[in-house]
Design a protein around this ligand. Sequence first.
Ligand code: MF3
Ligand code: CO
Ligand code: CO
Length: 297
Amino acid sequence: MRSPPPSHAAAPLLASLQRAPRPRILPAMERQGPESRKIILHTPEEFEPMRRAGQLAAACLDMITPHVVPGTTTGALDRRIHDWLLDHGATPATLGYRGYTKSSCISVNHVVCHGIPGERVLQDGDILNIDVTALLDGWHGDTSRMYAVGEVPKRAQLLMDVTHAAMMAGIAAVKPGATLGDVGHAIQALAERHRFSVVRDFCGHGLGRSFHAPPNVLHFGRPGEGPVLKPGMFFTIEPMINAGRPDVKVLEDGWTAVTRDRSLSAQFEHTVAVTETGVEIFTLSPAGYHKPPYPTG
Ligand code: MF3
Ligand code: CO
Ligand code: CO
């Protein structure tokens, strides 16, 4: 995910509109915010390579599932992901991205996102997010899921269930003519109904040939606000939901984001497209591994 612009970013536009003689009808692009100008509309032919990239990333998350067990390290999981992606003709898009040196992000318990795989040993009761971006034939498939190590506390399971449901509610709001505010609102409403909180400091993003592109996909919002969705837009929906307060801080390593109150955090991520009639999910699990608990044995 990326950090959204500061919330006052829209202020200069608003101020200039208020000073200028007010046009009765704003040009469509200004109504939708300056960002909508830069959102790429992909052709039907460009869906096919994105399907392949998305399916490979999702299959990689399937592959790692039986390896998420007590006693393994996050670094060992990352090495498996690295080797598997290369074996399948892809590269991990995170490797070397803005100085990041791993093939995945692995975020355990109160880590919100961008956990750096390393020597951390997984223990019974941990919950973790594994986030993989496959770069295949020039296209990015970006997806993440939660995993449970052994038996996890009831509240941890509920947080994962609600976070998955919130992501799916956001996806269900995607169709031509809807707005990103509709998507964010659907996610926020579901999370807050359960008295959980939506992280504000990271958001989903456009992608395709680029890893991170416009638009910013906020996981909160108001119906009808934000850019209007059009067929051919590709973006991620990747809500981070906290059991406690929404506030996060980034550790000294410059990447690891944690909850300030050390409450548990969960996240799921899909790469999706706006189609003529609704939405296509590029990163559905080929194995049917949607959320924990996953079948074992
Ligand atoms: N895959 C993450 C996302 O969802 C991005 C990770 S960038 C990294 O956008 F450098 F932290 F790996
Ligand atoms: Co992403
Ligand atoms: Co990701």
